[in-house]
Design a protein around this ligand. Structure first.
Ligand code: GLA
Length: 381
């Protein structure tokens, strides 16, 4: 990938720059908990976005994306027009957020490429944001600590791309480490690494290749439901700061006072919070059966209570159960994308080939399969 990027860079701009990368992510368990101040359990993967970057002495960013096969050009002056391509808005957003926090970002040339698939729930957007933020922070010596990089990338996504996302994806992309999952408390941002290289098991992602147009507005709606439920509970328990910390019995106090949908969303979040902590314990004990069972429970919650699944994804989850997969669930925001599966070596081959065949029979298009390894996050190469 690095050679391809460099060939394009030298033919477009001449000379050479520095190389940076940041990773896509998986999340073992803890979905839709990040924006509720709860726990998540993600890790960076061996798929990344990579860029060669060099200052160009102007006030303009000139960026070519091998990934999308097109370039973009934007001014770094205040009030400059936002580029129209979505990928370019991620980079533009990162620049604006950095400058808004006092960084002096000047003109630069860049070429990037990547192997994080888009729209499959592996956070290609966070990988792109974090790759550029990490690169510009280094090239222009802005001095932002890694946590600020994750935060400003989250803001870029919220303010320039319209998704009111939590911090999980950007945090995992920045803080990921080889063979380590991150148990992150999204309220305090305290985190712990947990070794994850389970012998005899692998992580297999099955991408349904379904991407629903309404995914980002439905995501924002879920978030609103959680906010409504929290506000109602707080009228009885003003000390409650986040839904993630709410005891289940407090939710009962508002049953009938909030809409049924809002109630269900909160119910899911509170249960999921408990599952993440149980999953961390199970992993420490190498109890993969319990861990896997928790993943199935999360899927049930996401499908029936939080309602962010779809027929293709539910089908993949059923297939996993039938074929003896240890744990399986929809990953990321939902409404398509992929399932994450904890698969023992003894069933892996059959699981992959049977799932491929039966999915194609049922939905008339191919699912894609990715075997991923927990790897390093943002870095200079
Ligand atoms: C998306 C968001 C994350 C998180 C997940 C759901 O990936 O970007 O912040 O909310 O959905 O867990």
């Amino acid at each position: 990938m690095q050679n391809l990027i460099h060939d394009k860079f030298s033919s477009l701009f001449g000379g050479s720059g520095e190389f940076y990368a940041s990773a896509g992510r998986v999340n073992l368990i803890g979905e839709h908990t990040d924006y509720n101040g709860g726990f998540v359990f993600p890790g960076a993967i061996d798929k990344c976005m990579m860029a060669e970057v060099k200052p160009n002495g102007t006030h303009f960013a000139r960026i070519y994306s091998l990934y999308f096969g097109e370039g973009c050009f934007f001014s770094l002056d205040d009030g400059a027009e936002m580029p129209s391509a979505l990928w370019a808005r991620y980079v533009y957003g990162v620049c604006r957020e950095m400058m808004g926090r006092g960084a002096r970002i000047e003109g630069f040339d860049a070429v990037f490429n990547g192997d994080v698939p888009i729209g499959s729930g592996m956070s290609s957007s966070a990988a792109l944001e974090c790759c550029f933020a990490y690169a510009l922070n280094d090239v222009f010596q802005c001095g932002f600590p890694l946590l600020d990089i994750a935060r400003l990338c989250q803001s870029a996504e919220q303010n320039y791309c319209g998704v009111r996302c939590g911090i999980m994806d950007q945090f995992a992309s920045c803080f990921g480490r080889k063979d380590q999952l991150i148990c992150l408390n999204c309220k305090t941002l305290k985190y712990e690494y947990h070794h994850f290289a389970p012998e005899g098991y692998s992580l297999v992602l099955i991408d349904s290749r379904v991407k629903h147009e309404l995914a980002s507005s439905a995501y924002n709606e879920r978030r609103k439901s959680c906010e409504k439920a929290l506000a109602a509970i707080r009228s009885y328990h003003p000390e409650l700061e986040t839904l993630g910390e709410c005891p289940r019995v407090w939710l009962e106090d508002v049953r009938g006072l909030i809409g049924q949908d809002d109630f269900m969303r909160a119910e899911y979040v509170i249960a999921e919070q408990g599952r993440v902590l149980d999953a961390c314990d199970a992993l420490e004990r190498k109890d993969y059966r319990t861990l896997g069972e928790l993943m199935y429970q999360t899927h049930f919650g996401l499908s029936r209570i939080y309602e962010v699944s779809c027929p293709e994804i539910d089908f993949l989850n059923d297939m996993a159960r039938k074929l003896g997969v240890t744990g399986s669930r929809v990953m990321g925001g939902g409404f398509g994308g992929c399932t994450i599966n904890l698969v023992s070596d003894s069933v892996r081959e059959e699981f992959i080939s049977e799932t491929r065949a039966r999915f194609k029979d049922k939905f008339s298009h191919e699912a894609k399969v990715y075997e991923v390894v927990i790897s390093d996050g943002a870095r200079k190469l």
